[in-house]
Design a protein. Structure first.
Length: 88
């Protein structure tokens, strides 16, 4: 993304990936119910949410009709799967 001049979205995506790695590493290293893991999860959600909102804003500015339909379908499926993993 940075090569195409989209520095903000590229940086947010990279930070979200690094924080996601940190969260999963902490979960494997410390166990599921530790305070360190909960902090990493919170920061993971914040950075991923920020990247998603920024990407969504870019998509709105481009026009939703310029995004391929299968990308919209798979994006919707991924959001459904994410919400299903929150259900106990």
């Amino acid at each position: 993304l940075g090569v195409q001049g989209e520095w903000t979205l590229g940086l947010l995506t990279e930070v979200a990936g690094i924080v996601s790695f940190w969260y999963h590493f902490s979960q494997l290293n410390f166990g599921q119910d530790r305070q360190e893991v909960r902090l990493a999860l919170l920061i993971d959600y914040l950075t991923a949410g920020t990247a998603l909102l920024c990407g969504g804003w870019y998509m709105v500015q481009m026009g939703v009709d310029s995004v391929p339909f299968d990308c919209l379908i798979w994006g919707g499926v991924s959001v459904v799967c994410l919400t299903l993993c929150w259900v106990r």
